[in-house]
Design a protein around this ligand. Structure first.
Ligand code: ADP
Ligand code: MG
Ligand code: ZN
Length: 597
């Protein structure tokens, strides 16, 4: 059976590759043909359209050659050896124009040639291209449906997970909670004899990269049971009607393999709140309903545990959380300093680190990083060390990797205009100066106008403590710091730019959360307004939406004024930092602090 599937997959792949090759050849030949056709045109001298009109009016033209369907003419000017080419905006307009101009007897010979064979072939190919692409798409869709039905669900079922709890760093409490599941899977009788109902579903909440998939695999690995996985987005990306049937097939397989783990990643993609709307949403509803049916369907005699992961718990349909479904929820947090160190240690095992490298200090510098980001840092640092021709991974390789992972690649080569540089310098200096005068904001680690990724520059903060709570004052000041960039642009250049768009996005989200999630608005009080249906919102009054909007706007306005006030008051510092940035592109912590002494 497995062989059969493999064969099918291979065949599909071969057909796909074949199609891509054919398409590539077609496109290439079209390009070559058009280059070839343009080649001899370019060599001739060109006559501007306005000059052509002038020459026609003056009666200086002897002969014009037109090719059907082309706006390029061959023109023979009287008393000139060489023929010239001229490009007209449109052949119709040109014909009209010559009729007017030649009325008073300034005649010339007008030859209309049929298209050349080559250009006919090229045009035919171009015309056929959409047909080819459609054909290729149809075949691909056909094949993918086949794969969806046959191969994909079963992909890694036969393989048992090799991941163990020891491979998951930190998360001690979470592992303790989940070790029970391992016991259920290993010796279900032990529990059922006692009359205990084995849990069916466990929902793992946590940001991307915090190790949800990893811990799910570790559970399967520890229990030595098959791990069947599928991503919620895979259910919905497919074609209408397929989502529900894939859920059914997934569970059919699980029943055959039980005891086993079914892992549904990104469950929010299918499990978002059901609505009564039509179209894509009702398709989602079908998939979700099927999932609920399946989960309700299997009894305690089949030991199937469904693990699901999401980073948007608020999006989930409440029906998923009812008893007998995902009635257990485990939050997978972002690692704290101890967790970060352990994660770094695990991923440093197979890396060649220099003795000088101190994982503790990396852990200190990476507050807020997820496990995936930390593992990424070590991997990047190995790549950077190789490029830098170091024998081992050194501290500066790691430092560069940290930056690379945080804000994307350093792009020193990108050419930036002086005006943009000045704008960026003041923008970043704005963030930095404002933050410096805000009690709750972290110290500055580095300010730079070297572009990284899409950002023109960046301001890096020293975050050396793990925070569990954030106060209102801190959030207000965070807004001021975020708007410091835009405020500086306005103050110094008397104009604003698109460079602040990310700051504005983040600030708006914070302000909205303050009002609607953390109950920090005095007038609206501690009420959770997030993710409420319209009828639920109405309970808070007719114009509650407007009130929320005004509160959010007020928070932003006050913060922006705050930023402007600080910058006006400390204009000298703003100028000094911006000018230093323009000169040296980068200011580190000590240099920054020296300016304020
Ligand atoms: P999620 O599913 O939450 O998005 P993943 O489990 O896919 O995150 O994590 C991606 C990778 O990050 C893992 O394969 C692993 O290399 C690393 N990682 C994340 N968290 C941890 C952890 N707690 N311990 C060790 N490695 C981790
Ligand atoms: Mg994952
Ligand atoms: Zn900014």
């Amino acid at each position: 059976m497995k062989n059969d599937e493999n064969k099918k997959n291979n065949k599909a792949k071969k057909i796909l590759v074949g199609l891509i090759v054919i398409l590539a050849i077609l496109i290439l030949s079209i390009i070559l043909l058009s280059v070839y056709m343009n080649k001899d045109k370019k060599e001739e001298t060109e006559l501007a359209y306005t000059d052509l009109i002038k020459e026609i009016s003056n009666g200086n033209i002897e002969k014009i050659e037109m090719t059907v369907g082309s706006t390029t003419l061959k023109v023979k000017v009287k008393d000139q050896e060489e023929e010239k080419t001229s490009i007209v905006p449109s052949t119709e307009a040109f014909m009209e124009m010559i009729q007017q101009k030649t009325e008073d007897g300034k005649e010339f010979e007008l030859i209309q040639k049929p298209r050349s064979v080559i250009s006919q072939i090229a045009t035919t190919l171009v015309n056929l291209l959409p047909t080819f692409i459609m054909l290729a798409l149809f075949i691909m869709i056909f094949k993918m449906q086949g794969l969806g039905e046959k191969g994909k669900v079963y992909e890694d079922t036969e393989r048992k997970s090799k991941v163990r709890f020891d491979d998951v760093a930190g998360l001690d409490e979470e592992k303790e909670e989940l070790i029970e599941i391992v016991d259920f899977l290993k010796t279900p009788e032990k529990f059922t004899k006692m009359g205990a109902k084995i849990p069916k579903g466990v929902l793992l909440y946590g940001k991307p990269g915090t190790g949800k998939t990893l811990i799910a695999k570790a559970i399967a690995g520890e229990a030595n049971v098959p791990f069947i996985s599928m991503s919620g987005s895979e259910f919905v990306e497919m074609f209408v009607g397929l989502g529900a049937s894939r859920v059914r097939k997934l569970f059919d397989k699980a029943r055959k393999l039980a005891p086993c783990i079914v892992f549904i990643d990104e469950i929010d993609a299918i499990g978002s709140r059901r609505t009564s709307s039509t179209g894509a949403e009702s398709e989602n509803n079908q998939t979700l309903n099927q999932l609920l049916v399946e989960m309700d369907g299997f009894g305690s005699e089949e030991t199937i545990i469904v693990l699901a992961a999401t980073n948007r718990p608020e999006m989930l349909d409440k029906a998923l959380l009812r008893p007998g479904r995902f009635d257990r929820q485990v939050t997978i947090p972002i690692p704290d300093i101890k967790g970060r160190l352990e994660i770094l240690k695990i991923h440093a095992k197979d890396k060649k680190l220099a003795d000088e490298v101190n994982l503790e200090s990396i852990a200190e510098d990476t507050a807020g990083f997820t496990g995936a980001e930390l593992s990424n840092i070590l991997n990047e640092s190995a790549i950077i060390a190789t490029i830098n021709k170091h024998d081992e991974i050194e501290n500066d390789d790691i430092e560069e990797a940290v930056k690379k992972v945080t804000v994307g690649l350093e792009k020193k080569a990108r050419v930036i205009s002086d005006k943009d540089k000045k704008l960026t310098a003041y923008h970043e200096a704005g963030h930095a100066v404002v933050s410096r005068y805000l009690e709750t904001q972290a110290n500055i680690k580095e300010v730079s106008i070297i572009p990284r990724g899409v950002a023109g520059g960046y301001t890096m903060y020293k975050t050396d403590e793990d925070k569990y709570y954030v106060s209102k004052t801190e959030m207000q000041e965070k807004l001021i710091a975020l708007l410091g960039g835009r405020a500086a642009e306005q103050l110094v250049l008397n104009d604003i730019s698109t460079g602040a768009s990310n700051d504005i996005e983040v600030a708006t989200k914070i302000a909205r959360d303050m009002v609607t999630k953390y109950g920090m608005s005095d007038s609206l009080g501690p009420i959770d307004f997030q993710g409420k249906e319209p009828y639920e919102m109405q309970l808070f009054g007719e114009n509650i939406g407007d009130k929320i909007g005004l509160e959010v706007k007020a928070l932003i306005d006050i913060a922006y004024q705050g930023a402007q006030q600080i910058l006006t008051e400390h204009r000298d510092k703003l100028d000094t930092i911006a000018l230093t940035l323009l000169e040296r592109e980068k200011i580190n912590e000590e240099e920054f602090n020296r300016i304020f002494e």
